[in-house]
Design a protein around this ligand. Structure first.
Ligand code: PEP
Ligand code: MG
Length: 917
């Protein structure tokens, strides 16, 4: 150890470290060195490297030999750079001692500020500042911090003494205490330290320094740091570096200031300094809200209509210097920076710079601007925007100013993003009626079912008491682009009475009645009382430019899940390249159709079913024509009927009586059929292609409708349509073979009847583990596979997608699962089945078309996986299409980076081997 370099100086334009040395210097140390290197004025200091920390722990918490003189030498350099001396009673150098691991562990380890103060040097600080009160305030803060962090005396001891002093002196606030008062308290603090520890507070600055360095190392094992490391997978052996840096003060007088600034506006992305500052203040004053900070720029001041002068006005020279510094840092890091600065007696110091956090809007415009400025490449720009954050740009959002005036009364899951206000309706019919009269409506339900579709469509937003992220409400709302908050368990519904109550923090019991105004924020999962203004999304300008780069980069196609021409149209605006899943059952709930659907289900025999299906045929043909037209010549995958039939029949007496009346049969007959259809596990029951094995005429009608619609458009309007007919829930090759034979026969019939020959594809969903495992056999009957990962997750994990919400939280909390597997694909479990099926399917048919249409098709992490296994496309709800486009592009870029990394490693190994030979 003694041979290695342990201490790295930075200051006065030179540094022994740089930004690449994060492992050794920690993130903070490496960054301070880098800033110094590029000529940014950083208070001088030095970093004791992480290897010293590991050595310290390996040697029973003893410092390595030779550290002593190295630290002394480095501190000597700091003294020269700052023109002050450590421990000098006339012109003392004070330092901060801070931790700094490889990755930031905010607030987890210890810090000591103002180190070097004692009864003598405090006099020097008075000389430097001309402010005894300031000096004694610094001194007492130091004794307090040192006493706590280094000597282990609990905070309340000092707080108690301050309170007692104020009482004695008849003063209310800390700011009322004078220099003499603080001086008295310093002595009291020292007395308390002696009393609690049996040791004296060390007056010797060197003793203070070594004790503080040891304390910072020791804080690597503080319980909070250990927990943080465990949660963030930070290895224990990394250790922390210690940064010792000269103190600078922004509160020494009117030529001093402190502030924070971004190099671009973090909410809009606009290029130019953006931030706040305070004259004669320290950082804490800003954080504690004791004083209101002022704007740095004049334009910021004008925007905020502030009567306080900006830094641009009060300190024009330093302002220009700061602007230049910001530009230099941005050029150097090629990223928007978030700076902390202090001005001491007219000199600007930068204390920190890091990548600035920003809104989605800003992230996108900054990425585009930086490409245009030649600062970064398009690939880098694409990787800098989190795909999920695009969501904020696609949906209306709540006006932030208006939002603060309103109160959140309940929270649930952010089931479908966007925001909306409306008058509350308690049933789908009521929502439809109200919306019909031009009123904005929020539909409130305990949970939704397919019967509520028309109400969901009519409403601006949906709230449910029960249900998870893939509940019916969530899936359908996302598909429709309606904001939805699901699973608001704290709401007590009284649907029949047209009201609900909720216990709300700050307001007690709140009652919301039919017609009251409610606002929902589906991106956050919040329900607010009253009406809040919203802002519309824009998809032109930077957004369009950025998305065009993503499109040029990605390999996979992005389709959408859409059931109506309106959804298809919306999806095309978002850039969908086809429909990957059209769920035909949603069309069955239309008021006109449901009667015929019920007639079909309640029919006693095949003849009765065929009669009812004949009524549905023209309606379905009309639907498909609409969708084909809307999608122009893009591919459209239509899934044949999937849900169990009982979902189409009401389960309450009133509803059943209405069905009986409409179909002119007895209520008894309806009830009997409902009983017959009842299943203990409908999700594993008579649904999907199993319906077609028992009632082939249903799929026959649907295939006929698809083919008639396609042939008509091809013949009459010159379309080029290749319909993709998809069979759900297949588990056996023979199952698919039987159904396929019937479908092909219908297709041939229609083509003969219409005199038009078109290509069509007949494929299957892979939704059951057996289907994935037997992909080689199933592929022989299929033109394509579409992975239905909602059901595949449900059936592989044996986890009900409708009920898991109630306990999944505990699974995620206890780390059994990292995330909800219905939101992000369980890559090591369900993913294995997908990978297997892809490989086996393509072994038999190398050109087998492969896609995914479960909810995971819109999840960026899952999209990365689908790229790796080589799917041809992903399909997701319309509003997720841009997210998927970007995620697919990022997946390509990350794949290429990974490949390059592997190649470099291989080349390195080869070289090493050659040398060995
Ligand atoms: C699926 O199971 O993934 C799927 C897309 O079908 P659905 O959600 O309609 O069951
Ligand atoms: Mg399914």
């Amino acid at each position: 150890m003694s041979e290695k370099k342990m201490v790295f100086f930075f200051g006065g334009g030179v540094a022994e470290g740089d930004v690449k040395m994060k492992d050794l210097l920690g993130g903070k140390g490496a960054n301070l060195a880098e800033m110094t290197r590029i000529g940014v004025p950083v208070p001088a200091g030095f970093t004791i490297c992480t290897e010293v920390c590991t050595d310290y722990f390996a040697n029973e918490r003893r410092f390595p030999a030779n550290l002593d003189w190295r630290v002394k030498a480095a501190l000597g350099q700091v003294e020269s750079a700052m023109d002050r001396r450590f421990g000098d009673p006339d012109n003392p150098l004070l330092v901060s001692v801070r931790s700094g691991a490889r990755v930031s562990m905010p607030g987890m380890m210890d810090t000591v500020l103002n180190l070097g103060l004692n009864d003598q040097t405090v006099q020097g600080l008075i000389l430097q500042s001309g402010k005894p009160r300031f000096a004694y305030d610094c001194y007492r803060r130091f004794v307090q911090m040192f006493g706590n962090v280094v000597m282990g005396v609990e905070h309340h001891n000092f707080e108690h003494l301050i309170e007692k002093a104020k009482e004695r002196l008849g003063k209310v606030n800390d700011v009322d205490l004078s220099a003499e008062d603080w001086m008295g308290l310093v002595a009291e603090f020292k007395g308390r330290i002696r009393q609690k520890t049996g040791r004296d507070f060390p007056e010797d600055p060197w003793e203070q320094l070594w004790a503080a360095v040891a304390a910072v190392f020791n804080s690597w094992y503080k319980p909070s740091a250990v927990t943080y490391r465990r949660l963030h997978d930070i290895p224990e052996h990394w250790g922390t570096a210690v940064n010792v840096q000269a103190m600078v003060f922004g509160n020494m007088g009117e030529d001093c200031a402190t502030g924070v600034a971004f190099t671009r506006d973090p909410s809009t992305g606009e290029n130019g300094l953006f931030g706040e500052y305070l004259i004669n203040a320290q950082g804490e004053d800003v954080v504690a809200g004791i004083r209101t900070p002022c704007q740095i720029t004049l334009s910021g001041r004008q925007k905020n209509q502030s009567d306080q002068p900006s830094m641009e006005e009060t300190m024009p020279r330093l302002y220009r210097e700061l602007v230049g510094m910001g530009q230099r840092l941005e050029q150097h890091y090629r990223e928007m920076q978030d700076l902390e600065f202090t001005i001491q007696n007219g000199k600007l110091w930068l204390l920190q710079t890091r990548t600035g956090k920003r809104s989605a809007q800003a992230a996108l415009s900054i990425a585009v601007a930086m490409v245009n400025e030649g600062l970064i490449s398009r690939d880098e720009a694409l990787l800098r925007v989190e795909p999920q954050t695009l969501d904020q740009l696609l949906h209306p959002t709540l006006d932030p100013e208006d939002r603060v005036k309103s109160q959140v009364i309940a929270t649930g899951l952010p089931a479908s993003p966007g925001a909306a206000s409306g008058q509350i309706a308690f049933s789908a019919d009521e929502a439809e009626q109200l919306a019909g009269s031009g009123v904005a409506v929020i539909l409130f339900r305990e949970e939704t079912s397919p019967e509520d579709i028309h109400g969901m469509h009519a409403a601006k937003g949906i709230v449910t008491v029960r249900g998870g992220m893939t509940s019916h409400a969530a899936v359908v709302a996302r598909g429709m682009g309606r904001p939805c908050v699901s699973g608001c368990g704290s709401i007590k519904p009284h649907i029949e009475e047209g009201r609900f109550t909720v216990e709300s923090a700050g307001r007690g019991l709140v009652e919301v009645k039919r017609g009251d105004w409610l606002t929902i924020d589906g991106s956050r999962g919040e329900v607010l009382l009253g009406r809040v203004k919203t802002r519309q999304a824009e998809m032109t300008g930077d957004f369009a430019t950025f998305m065009s780069w993503a499109d040029e980069t990605r390999r996979m196609r992005v389709r959408t899940n859409a059931d109506t021409p309106a959804d298809a149209k919306a999806a095309r605006l978002f850039g969908a390249e086809g429909i990957g899943l059209c769920r035909t059952e949603h069309m069955f709930f239309d008021a006109e159709r449901i009667v015929a659907v019920r007639e079909m289900i309640l029919a006693r025999d095949e003849a009765g079913r065929r009669k009812a299906l004949a009524k549905l045929l023209p309606m379905q043909r009309f639907d498909f024509e609409g969708i084909f037209r809307e999608m122009k010549n893009l591919p459209v995958t239509i899934r044949l009927l999937d849900p169990p039939l009982h979902e189409f029949i009401p389960h309450d007496h009133k509803g059943q009586a209405e069905v009986a009346a409409a179909l002119e049969i007895s209520e008894e007959d309806v009830r009997r059929r409902v009983d017959e259809l009842e299943e203990a596990n409908p999700m594993l029951g008579h649904r999907g292609c199993r319906l077609a094995i028992t009632y082939p005429e249903i799929y026959e009608m649907q295939v006929r409708a698809i083919m008639e619609a396609a042939c008509r458009l091809v013949k009459q309007d010159g379309f080029t349509i290749v319909p993709e007919i998809m069979i759900p829930l297949v588990g056996f090759r023979s199952e698919l073979a039987i159904i396929k034979k019937r479908c092909v026969a219908v297709c041939e019939e229609v083509m003969t009847e219409t005199g038009v020959r078109i290509d069509y594809l007949l494929g299957t969903m892979i939704e059951l583990p057996r289907a994935a495992l037997r992909a080689e056999q199933i592929a022989q009957e299929a033109d394509f596979f579409s992975f239905g990962t909602n059901d595949l997750t449900q059936t592989t994990l044996g986890l009900s997608r409708d009920d898991a919400g109630s306990f999944l939280g505990a699974y995620v909390e206890q780390n059994v699962l990292q995330q909800d597997p219905f939101v992000s694909l369980d890559q090591t479990g369900v993913g294995q089945l997908v990978e297997w099926a892809v490989k086996r399917g393509r072994d038999v048919k190398p050109k087998l078309k492969l896609g995914i249409c479960g909810e995971h098709g819109g999840d960026p992490a899952s999209i990365g996986f689908f790229e790796r296994v080589g799917l041809d496309y992903v399909s997701c709800s319309p509003f997720r299409v841009p997210i998927a486009r970007l995620a697919a592009a990022q997946a390509v870029l990350r794949g290429a980076m990974e490949k390059a990394r592997k190649k470099a490693k291989l080349d390195k190994n080869k070289k090493r081997k050659c040398k060995g030979d």
